[in-house]
Ligand binder design. Structure first.
Ligand code: GLN
Length: 484
């Protein structure tokens, strides 16, 4: 049952071959038998309560395509009843009084919550090792990281612990873990998915999206997740659309831009080979490859690691021991209480970012760092605008290597930052980006570690990205492979 896609599950639910309750029980059993540390909070009674509501809807015909289908949420989305920790000690026992907009929309569609998924603390990281609750193991190889920050989401889909998951992407956190775990994920255009109730990291970059087995599944989820939300000041007012409307369009004549900066030194040869083979597959499907350049790619790392920490330092100031979360047990006065609560509540990477962010925003450094980064951010977006004059979609690797060993980069923040090179620019420009499985690495170890192909579209080109991904998934079977 757990190998089924969302449309297959939907058909089974609607024809009453299986009930929402049976489906929920099936996945809950898989979750409790797994040892990946992908889930942070599971509460079968709550899940089964939602499943019985879904079963009632299925019985009286009040359904959507997603009614009765289980989903797990990245623990950055707040949920009523289930704890919402953002992977942090700061929010260890926090239970939100409301559901995030995304959670609410999916619930309205009739989806059944399986629980909350592990992630890097406040979504800061590329390996899920920054979670206060411990790392997630990559289901393909338990000695490898699952990627981050949505490591729990990607691992849960790969291990078939859930048929669908929410995730968030600030600088690659949907695409990179999807790539490392061999599953499909899409980060839509910035502003498409409401940030209301998504615990904030860097507000001008944070964007929610789905991770699932296939592009078609991601489209079904996006259909339910997107939409204007007056509670999010950067939410876009757009007509709702069916993101799966073009799935079956031919790719004849599609112009694929291949940025030379994505194939430069630093790209592992096994990743390059898998990606080039995927590009060759697209040529067979009728697409043309066009050499393009995104000259500011390298600058995306310093630019992102100025802007994201700056916004994080401001967003995380709310965790002061008063309004939310952890408060130190002993303190002398108010300042001591702030200091101790924040020292105890935040992990090392979060503290590092708060320090960097406070520094680049401070008087005397603001112009040199923050303002300069904002200017280059605009130039990065202009590079993409120029590229999209020449091509319809941009393709390349998601990350320079396959998943690395747990612990390998744990003490080296810069090594983690550098691994984000191919995903950050898309986020800085606010463009939609996707990762689809396209093969495995090479050599004894890497042969068990998946490679993802990155697809970057112009603003609001999600339907086209899903079409392009779907056609590849019709022609290949990488997305159907699952770890033992
Ligand atoms: N790896 C990047 C970071 O650590 C991106 C994280 C994300 O997209 N949430 O900030």
């Amino acid at each position: 049952m757990h190998t089924k896609t969302l449309s297959q599950l939907s058909a089974m639910l609607h024809s009453r071959q299986v009930s929402a309750t049976e489906l929920a029980q099936h996945y809950l059993a898989r979750i409790s038998a797994s040892n990946l540390n992908a889930f942070l909070h599971v509460d079968p009674a709550l899940t089964l309560e939602q499943a019985s509501v879904a079963d009632a809807r299925l019985a009286n015909g009040d359904t959507t395509a997603l009614t009765g289908i289980p989903i797990a949420h990245k623990d950055i989305f707040v949920t009523r009843n289930w704890r919402s920790t953002a992977g942090s000690r700061m929010l260890e026992n926090y239970v939100s009084p409301f559901d995030a907009q995304v959670v609410d929309l999916l619930k309205q569609a009739g989806m059944v919550t399986l629980g909350k998924l592990n992630c890097d603390e406040f979504a800061m990281g590329s390996s899920n090792e920054n979670s206060y609750f411990g790392p997630v193991k990559n289901p393909w190889d338990n000695s490898a990281v699952p990627g981050g920050s949505s490591g729990g989401s990607a691992a849960a889909i790969a291990a078939r612990l859930a048929p669908a998951a929410t995730a968030t992407d600030t600088g690659g956190s949907i695409r990179q873990p999807a790539s490392f775990c061999g599953v499909t994920g899409i980060k839509p255009t910035y502003g498409s998915v409401s940030r209301y109730g998504m615990i904030a990291f860097a507000s001008s970059l944070d964007q929610g999206g789905p991770i699932a087995q296939t592009a078609e599944d991601c489209g079904l989820l996006l259909n339910a997740m997107t939409g204007f939300d007056a509670k999010d000041s950067t939410s876009l007012e757009r007509q709702s659309e069916n993101f799966n409307r073009d799935l079956n369009k031919s790719l004849q004549g599609l112009r694929i831009g291949v940025p030379k900066e994505f194939f430069s030194e630093g790209l592992a040869s096994d990743v390059e080979q898998a990606v080039r083979a995927a590009l060759a597959e697209y040529e067979k499907l009728g697409a043309k490859l066009i050499d393009i350049s995104l000259p500011k790619t390298e600058l995306s790392i310093p630019v992102y690691y100025v802007i994201a920490p700056a916004e994080a330092s401001s967003n995380l100031s709310r965790f002061d021991g008063v309004r939310y979360g952890h408060r130190a047990a002993d303190y002398k006065d108010l300042n001591d209480m702030y200091r101790k609560s924040r020292s105890e509540g935040f992990g090392a990477e979060v503290k590092r970012r708060i320090l960097v962010g406070a520094y680049v925003l401070s008087h005397g450094y603001y112009d040199a760092y923050y303002l300069q980064a904002q200017k280059i951010r605009r130039l990065i977006a202009q590079d993409f605008a120029a590229a999209f004059q020449q091509c319809d979609v941009i393709m390349g690797p998601v990350a320079p290597t396959v998943a690395w060993d747990l612990g390998a980069k744990a003490d080296d923040p810069v090594a983690n930052y550098l691994a984000d090179i191919f995903t950050l620019s898309t986020s800085l420009a606010g463009l939609p980006g996707m990762s689809i499985p396209c093969g495995f690495g090479q050599g004894e170890k890497n042969a068990r570690r998946p490679v993802g192909l990155q697809l970057i579209g112009n603003y609001f080109d999600e339907a086209r990205l899903l079409n392009i991904a779907h056609q590849y998934q019709l022609a290949t079977d990488w997305h159907t492979r699952a770890p033992e």
